[in-house]
Structure formats: structure tokens, C-alpha cells
Design a protein around this ligand. Structure first.
Ligand code: AQP
Length: 337
């Protein structure tokens, strides 16, 4: 009999915690399109439950949840080929999270660099959810028997932890979870702040010149690149210690597909001013169709809600299958029907 291979499950998500940056775009969403091929089965989530680990204004969180879904589609994801849903619409994420808490060590969570960074940034609200964030993320991934998790490199440590939790659970109870692997592109997995190029570009950065939003207007994009911090050298080349220029070259490379040496040749004999202008124009041109499509989608809330609804139905079905198995394995009495 012919050996029919099951498509590989792909899962990823974005927090509706701010306006998405070109970091989120280049490190994550832009790369998801390739998983529309037949050999994959992709699920993308708007992770609103993760977002509340940092205080959110409720009305803004609601609006951004719609916006992120619209952005998934505006960035090119086909709703017919991908399942898209909102995390809080699938209760199994919270339910599995509790179980996995009991299989995750306090010491492991204490070592997470994102927890350390975010607790410094939000010193007045270092809540248990912030500490537990990686366990919820492990649940997101493991519920869907995910094989591939396309993310930026800042999420590497969390993926490692998800793998460790899955292996620990499987060791006790047999093959319950697929062991996931992180997927990162060669280029663009860590876009840096335009103002402090040794720091990651973040959507929650308070300095608005530090990040470029996917939905920023052309003028704002040009202005932010013009103000980008560089160095006292004048040559456009990729080298140690030239963090600002390296970052701009990476962004330019991601948008044009050009290699670093091609970029160096293109700007030979030209100064940083010309280079910054070219990066700004390329990014603004690249994002324009995304912005236009986004505006159309946001004007049709009913359409976005139909995708949320259908996505949640499918996701609930997959997630509950895994959750029932987990409940049985740990010894919970099945619901009496
Ligand atoms: N600067 C970045 N470069 C490349 N990839 C990035 N990602 C985030 N920042 C960069 C990737 O985007 C996806 C979604 O990220 P997230 O919303 O789950 O949260 P995050 O990683 O904490 O992103 P932010 O922008 O820094 O959000 P805030 O400011 O709210 O904490 C992930 O795949 C991430 O790797």
C-alpha cells in the first residue's frame, strides 16, 4: 500500500500587545507563507492571553486582536489554506497550561531571559502570568501536535523549554506530544531597535523612533530611517561593531533579497544618508500593499469574525483531542455524559 505522509503541523502566533513592527514581520509573519505548501498544515493564533501578562487597555486589546488577524491576511496568508484563530476562544490552552505547570520546574522558568527582561521593564507588575508565560506557550504548541514553530530568535529559549516539557511528559506517559522544532530564517530573525541597535526592536518600545510599524505611513518610515543610529564610519559594510548599519543592511536584504556583498557594492562611494534613504523607500514600497489590504480587511469586521469563528472551531477540535489524551494519561476521571 502507498505510504501517505501526514502533513507536518506548523504553529505560531503573535501577541496583540502593540502595533506590529517590521521585526515581527521579517522574523515571523512574512516567513509563514511558505508553509502553505501541501506538505504542511498551518495554524496561526492571535495570542491575547499572552498579551495580558503586561497591562493592556481592554478596548485597545480588543481592537488589536482584530488588527493582528487582519495583518496575517494582509501579509499574504490565505484563510483557505491556514487556520487562524484567537487564543482565548480555545479554552484548552489554559487547561493544558495548568497540567504542564505541574511538569515544569521553578528553576527552568527562572532562567528565561524574556522573563528577566520583561520583569525589569514592568517592575511594578511582575505577575505570576509573566513568569508562567513559557508554559502557556508550550501548551499552545503541544496542543496541536506541532512539528514546526516558525519564530524570531528571541523565542528560541521558549521553544527549547517546550521541547523539554514535552519530552519529560512523554517519558512518563508514552508518546503523547510531538516534539516541536523551532524554525528560523537565516536573515532577519532578530531585527534591532533603530535607536539602540544592540537591543531587539519591540512593539512595546516607548520610543517611537526605535521601531518601524508594519502600518506606518511612508513619511513616518522615511523619518525613522533617517534618524536611525549608525556609527562614525562612512562606509556601508557589514562588520563587527557596526550594529546600526548591520541592522539596516539586514532589513534592506530581507526586503530586496540582496546579499550583504551586493549591498556593499551597490552603496560603494555613497554615504549613510543615501543608504538610509534607499532603505526607507524600499521598506515603504514593500509595506504599501500590506497597508492597503489591511485597511480593506479592517472595514469588514464580519469577514474577520467569520474567520475567527471557523478557526476556533477547527482549533478546538484538534486541541480537545490532545487535551482528552492528556487528562486520561494523568489519571483524571472522564466527564460523565
Ligand atoms: N525584533 C524582532 N526581530 C525578529 N523577530 C521578532 N519577533 C519579535 N520581535 C522581533 C518575532 O515576532 C513574533 C511575535 O512576537 P510576539 O508578539 O509573540 O512577542 P515578542 O517576541 O515579545 O515581540 P515584541 O515585538 O518584542 O513584543 P512585546 O514588545 O509586546 O514584547 C515571534 O515569533 C517573535 O520571535
Amino acid at each position: 500500500m502507498e505510504n501517505i505522509q501526514q502533513p507536518k503541523r506548523v504553529f505560531s502566533g503573535v501577541q496583540p500587545s502593540g502595533v506590529l513592527t517590521i521585526g515581527n514581520y521579517l522574523g515571523a509573519i512574512k516567513n509563514w507563507k511558505k508553509f502553505e505548501a501541501d506538505e504542511f498544515d498551518s495554524i496561526y493564533c492571535v495570542v491575547d492571553m499572552h498579551a495580558i501578562t503586561v497591562r493592556q487597555v481592554p478596548a485597545e486589546l480588543r481592537r488589536r486582536t482584530y488588527e493582528i488577524l487582519a495583518l496575517y491576511i494582509a501579509c499574504g496568508l490565505d484563510p483557505q489554506k491556514n487556520t487562524m484563530f484567537v487564543q482565548s476562544h480555545v479554552p484548552a490552552h489554559a487547561e493544558l497550561s495548568w497540567i504542564l505547570n505541574c511538569y515544569t520546574m521553578f528553576g527552568e522558568l527562572s532562567r528565561m531571559t524574556q522573563f528577566k527582561d520583561k520583569s525589569q521593564k514592568n517592575a511594578s507588575n511582575v505577575n505570576a502570568g509573566l513568569f508562567d508565560y513559557p508554559v502557556l506557550m508550550a501548551s499552545d504548541i503541544l496542543l496541536y501536535q506541532t512539528a514546526i514553530v516558525p519564530v524570531g530568535s528571541d523565542q528560541k529559549q521558549h521553544i527549547e523549554l517546550a521541547r523539554d516539557i514535552a519530552m519529560r511528559f512523554n517519558q512518563v506517559y508514552g508518546d503523547v506530544f510531538t516534539i516541536p522544532e523551532g524554525y528560523m530564517e537565516k536573515n532577519g530573525t532578530k531585527i534591532m531597535s533603530l535607536q539602540e541597535p544592540t537591543k531587539k526592536m519591540s512593539k512595546s518600545d516607548e520610543n517611537e523612533n526605535a521601531s518601524v510599524g508594519i502600518l506606518d505611513e511612508r513619511d513616518a518610515i522615511m523619518r525613522k530611517f533617517k534618524r536611525a543610529v549608525t556609527d562614525s564610519d562612512t562606509v556601508v559594510r557589514f562588520a563587527d561593531g557596526k550594529d546600526g548599519i548591520n541592522n539596516l543592511m539586514t532589513i534592506y536584504s530581507c526586503f530586496t533579497g540582496k546579499s550583504m556583498s551586493e549591498i556593499e557594492s551597490e552603496f560603494e562611494g555613497k554615504g549613510y544618508g543615501d543608504f538610509k534613504l534607499a532603505v526607507g523607500e524600499t521598506v515603504a514600497d514593500g509595506l504599501q500593499p500590506v497597508r492597503e489590504r489591511f485597511n480593506q480587511l479592517m472595514a469588514d469586521k464580519a469577514y474577520l469574525e467569520s474567520i475567527m469563528k471557523e478557526g476556533a472551531e477547527k482549533a478546538n477540535y484538534f486541541a480537545n483531542k490532545t487535551l482528552s489524551k492528556v487528562y486520561k494519561k494523568v489519571g483524571f476521571v472522564p466527564k460523565i455524559r
